[in-house]
Design a protein around this ligand. Structure first.
Ligand code: PRX
Length: 661
């Protein structure tokens, strides 16, 4: 056993607790209290678990209040370190140098690659030397557009070693999305692949990269990994093969680490929002490093020799923090899988857990729902006795999915950690410590060290209450009262936008964009986004991105996107489109518009439903009333609320009548 159920709560049992790093609520409280009341000493002490060339002078300096001047936060100033050193070199003593760092399984069964810490160190040093040879240096940006192949973490760590800022673009993004991100980040070099494998099929990535690079004159070098060996287009003088570069005679096995100041950027990662272009979140060396190190250790209760499988794609923040940096900083084994969990058979994931004796499995509710649909017989074939902790991330987990995961995957033995966080937050902010307190299905429970969440009154009914704590049991907007080390520092190239996006709605606090309900016992239940961001299978899709892709099409006058409930994906994308004069609604045009969005952004942003509308509901000042569109899409027409500010309420009747069910 590992978990005991009592009155709807799930308690870690004595055996689990006996091995847990933090095994009581009191122990957590003691550390948590110190992290809030004495952050200086708490974080200094924590920082000493990692290696610094020079210890930090000042632990924290910040201002979250726009009234008091510039909003900023800085951590570990005056400290010098290197994330790659801490992730690799720190483990190069015996016996840990021969521990497995990265265990990579390709989609075809026979493609397996195992790197010990020593081997990964060597590979990373060699690739860092390649980047150096290309003339890249500290502060330069490199864009990485790769699928889940082992070269991806090697490239990231090589960048970190030299202080080069990586900007990873998810391999499912289109050429246009890639181009925007390369341009925004000012990257000088692109790393990509010939083709990617997915469900037994091959997809071109290099052709996308070529399309993107047409408009990226800054990029003078493109390093291409050979994954499938298919014929691909080639630009002499710009394109070179990964293997040729890394195996060149003048590339040595060692490369010195750059000594990085704690606040030097480590990477940029783009996220979508409800307005404007994607936001390049800037994460820094010291704070991000320490925070992902600690959250990985305590939330997944790492044991010596743990094998950790985070099923996310490294193209998203979850993969950055919990496939690459977190597990390696802890000296544990990170298992990385190229394929999808359903192919070639619905028990692929369970088979891999069994085969590699995975101890921690971290995935998303959408994956759990998709796997549960296949039937209990698939996990039933696999005892998965090695599993100790299960994790969930990306969207609210419905209690049914939670219980299915608990029963069929954890076999009722493994605590589930429902982890709430965001690209901006760098690491997990609210989650159970699995040996310390009981969980409740659907709740991310309590905050991690240093994190002070507040369920804040949005001030809609009574503006004077804006920001005040909501009473237990009533949903509010989730804010953070204080900084923690991994919160993004800025939006690349636009600090004012960072301030405007996160610090203006609730004075003095970071606003997450999510709703939350805190119950009588202080458990946090996340309610999904309260803004116009759509969460498709745990991926954040900005309504603005979908809409601007649609209006780029000749036939489209206006477009509005909203999230619709979807059984597997959590939310699907529903769009309303008004056409320009001379264009008529038709099924062909609908298909064309859907594929246009796929081309502009990528398959993940493909609208599930597209409704042609003669007009969109607007206020008298001409703003689209999204609140109303959301209610129509969710089929909550009786909750439309006050529509008196609408210019023409007949528009709504028309939309409701033609709603696609
Ligand atoms: O709405 C929340 C949801 O995902 C959003 C962040 O998306 P992204 O930046 O892409 O990062 C995803 C992985 C960290 C949040 O604003 N979200 C994430 N985790 C949870 C969640 N919603 C509920 N419960 C979670 N555990």
């Amino acid at each position: 056993m590992g978990v005991i159920e009592k009155d709807g709560k799930f308690y870690p049992d004595e055996e689990f607790k006996s091995k847990a790093l933090i095994n009581s609520y009191e122990k957590y409280q003691e550390m948590y209290k110190r992290s809030i009341e004495d952050p200086e000493n708490f974080w200094r002490e924590m920082s000493e678990e990692l290696f610094w060339y020079k210890k930090p002078e000042k632990i924290l300096d910040y201002n979250f209040d726009t009234q008091k001047g510039k909003v900023f936060h800085e951590w570990f100033k005056g400290g010098y370190t290197n994330v790659c050193y801490n992730a690799l070199d720190r483990h190069l003593d015996n016996p840990t140098k021969n521990r497995v760092a990265l265990l990579w399984q390709g989609e075809p069964d026979e493609d397996v690659k195992v790197f010990s810490y020593q081997m990964l160190h060597r590979e990373v040093c060699r690739f860092a030397n390649v980047l150096k040879k290309k003339g890249l240096k500290k502060g330069d940006r490199v864009c990485i557009y790769l699928p889940m192949i082992w070269e991806l973490p090697v490239a990231m760590l090589a960048c970190a070693r030299l202080g080069i800022i990586h900007a990873i673009v998810f391999g499912g993004f289109s050429a246009d999305a890639l181009r925007d991100r390369i341009q925004e980040s000012g990257s000088k070099l692109l790393i990509t692949v010939d083709q990617t494998l997915r469900n037994g099929r091959k997809f071109d990535l290099k052709t996308n990269a070529d399309d993107a690079l047409k408009d990226c004159p800054l990029v003078t070098d493109c390093i291409v990994v050979q994954r499938t060996g298919s014929e691909i287009p080639w630009t002499e003088g710009r394109d070179t093969w990964w293997n040729d570069e890394i195996n060149a005679d003048d590339i040595s096995n060692f490369c010195e680490c750059e000594q990085m100041e704690a606040e030097d950027p480590l990477f940029i990662l783009y996220t979508s929002g409800s307005t404007g272009k994607p936001k390049g979140q800037v994460h820094t060396t010291g704070g991000y490093m320490l925070y992902v190190y600690l959250t990985t250790k305590y939330i997944f209760d790492l044991q010596p020799e743990s094998t950790f499988w985070c099923m996310a794609d490294i193209g998203w923040i979850t993969g950055h923090s919990y496939i690459v940096y977190g597990p390696l900083l802890n000296g544990t084994t990170s298992f990385m899988y190229e394929g999808t969990p359903l192919w070639p058979a619905p028990d692929r994931a369970w088979d891999l857990i069994e085969r590699y004796e995975i101890n921690v499995c971290y995935t998303a509710p959408t994956v759990i729902r998709a796997l549960s649909r296949q039937g209990e017989e698939w996990p039933a074939k696999h005892p998965m006795k090695s599993l100790r902790v299960l994790g969930s991330v990306g969207e609210p987990i419905n209690p049914d999915a939670w219980k299915w995961y608990h029963k069929n995957v954890g076999k009722e033995n493994c605590p589930i950690v429902d982890t709430w966080w965001q690209t901006e937050t760098g690491g997990i902010l609210i989650a159970p410590l699995p040996g310390a307190w009981p969980t409740k299905p659907g709740s991310a429970t309590f905050p991690f060290f240093g994190v002070v969440p507040r369920s804040a009154d949005p001030g809609v009914d009574d503006p004077s209450k804006l920001g005040q704590k909501m009473p237990p049991g009533e949903a509010g907007h989730l804010c953070m009262e204080k900084p923690w080390p991994a919160l993004s520092r800025t939006i690349y190239g636009d600090h004012q936008r960072w301030i405007d996006t996160y610090f203006t709605q609730f004075p003095g606090m970071y606003f997450t964009g999510d709703g939350v309900l805190v119950d009588e016992e202080g458990y946090h239940f996340l309610q999904g986004r309260v803004d116009d961001v759509i969460n498709v299978s745990g991926h954040r899709i900005g309504t603005a991105d979908v809409e601007s892709a649609l209006v780029m099409h000749d036939a489209v006058a206006e477009a509005a996107a909203a999230g619709m409930p979807h059984e597997i994906k959590g939310q699907g994308i529903y769009v309303f489109v008004t056409l320009k004069m001379g264009h008529e609604p038709s099924d062909d045009l609908r298909k064309e518009l859907v594929s246009h969005v796929r081309k502009e952004i990528g398959a993940i942003a493909s609208p599930d439903k597209l409704q042609f509308a003669p007009a969109l509901p607007k206020t008298r000042s001409g703003k689209i009333m999204r609140r109303i569109l959301r209610k129509i899409v969710e089929n909550k027409v009786d909750e439309l609320g006050d529509v008196s500010t609408l210019e023409d309420s007949a528009v709504i009747e028309e939309l409701v009548k033609n709603r696609l069910g």
